[in-house]
Design a protein around this ligand. Structure first.
Ligand code: NAP
Length: 311
């Protein structure tokens, strides 16, 4: 394809389409390359309650469609293609798909991060029916109920703390005998009366009818099994950023996230990381959307500087 876009965006989630909205609205030629459908992880959420402006919440798929339409209204293009390789070495960057090549002066990576699954049987089909990967998103649905949080890192500890404020009882299940989470979290959890830590255990089975009714825990030392009643299971065993394609190309942290601060600028000028895929303290729709707006501003600056240099 001969056209050279001002901005090419990999990933059509909230970060990607906010970047497209701001880019297109600033008069920059913009394309979003998305392998499936708009929305990313957001599109799988039935009711998004923590994105401002929707007093009753909003269906994630509908919100995704609106974000896409909002960007396309100002001329952003969408192509449903999977990018399989990138070349960021020149001033014009190249994105290769199964059908050809796209070229752009700036690139925004908004490919997201997927929650690491537990690997317990039926996990995927119970997603949205008691199994959740986001306490901030779904916690309120379990107000006054008993839930299990799985994991031993800062996310699990933070989720357990968060849920303890609305749930009757929170069990934190961890596969070892000490948490990886920071000391301050551990201390705060120990002080919570409605939080109980279950050590050296893994979720061997989900108990469910239509929704989760409990879990079977297995002690990793002696293989003994116990059943625990609960309404929800929050899986917090880490995330897997979709950055395999950028290994050796961009600076990544040890967990695989693209290193970028609030400016969204990466180790390569003209390449920006937007949303869950970058190093950041809170991965939410609203923070991804915010990144999209910021990336667009810095892309605009980059393009203006480079046009002046080439003039
Ligand atoms: P993490 O630090 O990688 O911890 C993942 C936890 O899940 C570990 O305790 C691990 O157990 C456990 N785990 C992994 N696979 C498992 C499996 N298949 N079954 C059961 N347990 C499993 O991930 P994270 O908690 O999401 O944190 C990611 C990064 O974000 C960390 O650097 C963290 O410090 C940071 N973070 C910071 C804050 C904050 O500062 N406020 C909040 C959240 C996250 P082991 O311990 O046995 O390996």
């Amino acid at each position: 394809m001969d056209k050279v876009y001002d901005i090419a965006i990999l990933g059509g989630g909230p970060g990607g389409y906010t970047a497209a909205l701001y880019g297109a609205r600033a008069g920059l030629s913009t394309i979003v390359l998305e392998k499936l459908a708009a929305g990313g992880q957001m599109a799988t959420t039935t009711n998004v309650e923590n994105y401002p402006g929707f007093s009753e919440g909003v269906n994630g798929f509908d919100l995704a469609e609106k974000m896409q339409q909002g960007a396309e209204r100002f001329g952003a293009e969408s192509a449903y293609e999977e990018v399989t390789a990138v070349d960021f070495s020149g001033e014009i960057k190249t994105l290769t798909t199964m059908d050809g090549e796209y070229r752009a002066r700036t690139v925004m990576i908004a490919t997201g991060a997927d929650p690491r699954p537990l690997g317990t049987a039926h996990e995927n089909e119970l997603r949205g029916r008691g199994v959740s990967y986001c306490a901030t998103c779904d916690g309120m649905m379990y107000k006054g109920k008993t839930v299990v949080v799985v994991g031993g890192g800062n996310t699990a500890a933070e989720d357990a703390m968060y849920l303890s404020r609305m749930c009757e009882k929170v069990y934190l299940v961890h596969r070892r005998d000490s948490l990886r989470a920071s000391h301050s979290y551990v201390k705060a959890l120990e002080e919570k009366e409605n939080v109980e830590i279950i050590w050296n255990s893994r979720v061997a089975e989900f108990k469910f009818d239509k929704k989760i009714t409990g879990v079977v825990l297995e002690n990793v030392n002696d293989a003994s099994r116990t059943e625990l009643e609960c309404s929800g299971v929050f899986v917090a065993v880490g995330r897997i950023p979709n950055t395999q394609m950028f290994e050796g190309v961009l600076e990544l942290d040890k967990a695989g996230y693209i290193v970028a601060d609030e400016t969204t600028c990466t180790s390569i000028p003209g390449v920006f990381a937007v949303g869950d895929v970058r190093t950041k303290p809170l991965r939410q729709i609203v923070t991804a959307a915010s990144d999209g707006a910021v990336a667009s501003k810095f892309a605009e600056e980059y393009l203006a500087e480079h046009r002046e240099e080439n003039a």
